[in-house]
Design a binder for this molecule. Structure first.
Ligand code: BGC
Length: 469
């Protein structure tokens, strides 16, 4: 369906893509910030590891809840206003977190902040996919993942500065309250940017504002042919759009796609990526790097690796296809996690160099994730659902992401203490190897296939791994 000679995109399309992807930045900032803050707030509030796990994962449960209400919010208010609501919660939530007088309030505030993360993680990709011209839709979604990784790295950098270097009120380092509060600034910037975004044309159509929707396309300076095609497609998809729930009850094939989306997001989280994202300083500690500065700079390197390796996926996802990259990424992740596990089971005090090797393997794991599961799971989840049940399908898969994310965040320290450092990583390594089998049997190759074709194949009852052919 691509135009033979695609016209150049106007700068406003890039502005829209960038501004909406800022939601990913905030998602990333909130994920990244807690790793640097936890050591200090654990000391200040004198809380156990278990309470610390709850502080870490409260945001994730909030995000789960936020995802569940996102469907209603983005349907009633519109996508743009739903993102605005999330920006307001981002600002308020970050400020309250930074002022929390005790662990209980911090847990509540992080749950509240999590609602913003959940709403943003649902609405921003949805908005992007609904407003982007068809031929750049894939890269717009990848841009969102790139922003997540950039958000994480900015949080890591700001943590490092505030933890060790910044002198505020005569005190140098340890400023965890500022780490949490500073996120309100990018959140406020996003709020201002989103005010200028147009509403999603698809939502405008859904609510009967056809002229306004076409006005948005004109504002984006799309060529008339493209506009006409988009309008026909939207109108067609709207004919069958509103019956997601009845589809869930009546259509087994739709349920299969939901199962696949849920499976993919469980897998993304059980790779163990967020064990590293949330607890990197602790992992550096296990590897023998006991100074805070080393741990935080190490964490920054993890974040930068995550950003850079995401470009591997962006470069190859449409050339090599989704599955080859997934296989490569999961093999890399499996081998590297098992190596970290084996090394952590050795006597690191006797030979400290083993700790450095373990960190090398950890970075390899990050590369494996960022080039595969990070962006591609989100891309696949945006591709496999039939249009009429897409909101519902994405709700299921995104909510799953957050539940499993929370479980991983909430169990890591307990696993370390009950199962042992090395064995915990061996467990995640083993899972990564197992997941390759799932790809073999259930995951379709969707490179270069139109969404309509995927939908037709799915609804015709083809095996999941063949719906992209
Ligand atoms: C995942 C997050 C993860 C991030 C790391 C995202 O795709 O959903 O859970 O923290 O990637 O880059």
């Amino acid at each position: 369906m691509n135009s033979p000679t695609p016209a150049k995109l106007s700068p406003i399309v890039y502005f829209i893509g960038f501004t909406a992807a800022l939601a990913g930045l905030l998602f990333g900032l909130d994920i990244g910030v807690i790793s640097g803050a936890q050591g200090f707030l654990q000391k200040d509030f004198a809380v156990s590891d278990h309470v610390l796990e709850i502080i870490v994962s409260a945001l994730l449960w909030g995000a789960f809840f936020g995802t569940l209400i996102s469907g209603i919010l983005s349907n009633k208010l519109g996508r743009r206003r739903a993102i605005l609501v999330s920006a307001v919660i981002f600002v308020l939530g970050s400020i309250v977190c930074s002022m929390a007088p005790n662990a209980q309030i911090l847990i509540l505030a992080r749950f509240f902040l999590g609602i913003a993360v959940g709403v943003a993680s649902f609405t921003a990709p949805l908005y992007l996919s609904e407003i982007s011209p068809q031929r750049v839709r894939g890269s717009m979604i990848s841009m969102y993942q790139l922003m997540i990784t950039i958000g994480i790295v900015i949080a890591f950098l700001s943590n490092t500065w505030l933890a060790t270097y910044a002198t505020i009120g005569g005190v140098t380092g340890g400023h965890w309250r500022l780490m949490l509060g500073i996120i309100s600034i990018p959140a406020a910037i996003m709020f201002l940017g989103v005010i200028f975004l147009p509403e999603s044309p698809r939502w405008l159509f859904l609510k009967g504002y056809k002229d306004e929707a076409i006005g948005v396309f004109h504002r984006m300076r799309l060529p008339d042919d493209d506009i006409q095609r988009e309008v026909i497609e939207i109108e067609e998809s709207l004919r069958v759009r509103q019956n997601g729930f009845s589809m869930l009850l009546e259509n087994r094939n739709f349920r299969r796609a939901i199962g696949l989306g849920i499976g993919l997001q469980i897998i993304q989280q059980l790779t163990g990526i967020n064990v590293v994202m949330y607890y990197a300083p602790r992992i550096f500690d296990i590897a023998g790097y006991s100074s805070t500065a080393h741990q935080l700079w190490g964490t920054v390197i993890v974040g930068v690796t995550n950003v850079l390796a995401t470009f591997i996926a962006i470069a190859f996802v449409d050339r090599l296809g989704r599955k080859p990259i997934m296989y490569a990424g999961f093999v890399v992740m499996g081998i590297s996690m098992v190596s970290v596990g084996l090394l952590f089971n050795m006597d690191l005090e006797k030979s400290p160099v083993l700790g450095t090797w373990a960190i090398g393997a950890l970075l390899l794991f990050i590369i494996g994730f960022a080039m595969s599961a990070g962006p591609i799971i989100w891309v696949l989840c945006a591709e496999i659902f039939p249009l009429s049940g897409r909101d519902l399908g994405v709700t299921f898969s995104t909510a799953t992401n957050w539940i499993v994310n929370a479980i991983v965040g909430q169990t890591f320290l307990t696993l370390l203490s009950s199962f042992g450092n090395g064995n915990t990583f061996l467990l995640y390594g083993g899972l990564n190897v197992l997941f390759v089998i799932f790809f073999l049997f259930f995951v379709p190759e969707t490179k270069g296939v139109s969404l309509e074709k995927i939908e037709t194949n799915l609804l015709a009852g083809k095996p999941l791994r063949k719906i992209g052919r």
